[in-house]
Write a protein that binds this ligand. Sequence first.
Ligand code: AMP
Ligand code: MG
Length: 396
Amino acid sequence: MIPISEALKIIERETRLLAAEKIDLENAVGRVLDQEIVADMDLPPFDRSQMDGFAVKSSETKNAPVRLKIIGESVAGKGFGGEVNAGESVRIMTGAPVPSGADAVQKVEETREETGYVEILEAAKLGQNINLLASEVTKGARIFERGEIVTAQMIAAIASFGYARIEVFKRPKVAILSTGSEIVDVAETPRQDQIRNSNSLMLKAFADRICDAHVLPLVADNVESLRKVIENAVRDYDVLITTGGVSVGDYDFTKPVLRELGAEIFFEKISLKPGKPTVFARLNDCLIFGLPGNPVSSAVTFYLFARTAIWRMQSAKKPELKRGFAVAATKLKAAKERDSVLPASVATNEKGELEIESLRFNGSSNFIAFARANALVFVPQGKSIEKGAVAEILFL
Ligand code: AMP
Ligand code: MG
């Protein structure tokens, strides 16, 4: 049995990096940058008005009210070409360039207009209502780094600097294969002794956000069919994720078939509950994750291992789940001989604390409870986290 940290090291060591490709920015969310994003211009690119109003020399408004001549206007997209001199002002709109000579904008509500003149009712302070040239970003500044995962919130910043197309790492092609003679398709009505396939669509839902995932047809606990499917899958995909058939039962054929095919098996027993029999192997150039069949076990091991590998293949700088801390609402207990990673629901309580409610009240097959999970709680082997104590969590 190896610890989780060791398993992650092995995954890091065995994961090869994929090449890059250029894509449209509109498809970039969830992709990993293979380039820096650099500001190609100052922002704002000119002294910009934050208000609709009048551009003035602030010193002239000190003894407001004061009457100034309107000598022109500055509109967003078309500034006023000339200069503001003593006794003058320029009508200005939000987003328009502040004309030279002016050093403040008084908003329209603080002014009264007469033909050709404006009365500034309140003194304008130096710099008031103006975003100065380059006050947000200077040309040449590095905005994002290679290895960052593009989020929806980043798009405006990237778009501002003209990256209509960007270099990102290719996504791995990932196959999902559920195995088990008792498993039937979701659309079918299970006969006696059968259950529906919940793993394939669950894993596809997890994986779709981070790679190109395809669900393969179900395969029964049968050495021949399993061998055929795996042989084909490793030819066509970068990663194969299987579920079921990795324990020590008489019909658990995943490992025997991998061995027979000559796969290199890197680990097959992790000090982890749930997920102890998780297998990590490689055949040809395809990484194989053999996850336990139990839906909650497959979910936890997908998040801890397969997901990390999929991000690593894309050179993501931070492939792990985001960490945080929260208070245990109930006592959380680990297994005696294994570290436990418990699916949990984390929410803010009345005291304003982030609080963990463990969801594994009914054993690891409880995927109904798992449906409410938004985090995993790590509890070291043999230890417990008392009610009210702070625990480390990983956000799903
Ligand atoms: P196994 O890992 O094959 O021993 O399966 C462990 C448990 O998970 C058994 O109760 C299986 O019936 C169940 N199971 C296996 N594969 C799936 C699947 N694709 N969908 C739902 N449950 C599954
Ligand atoms: Mg089975």
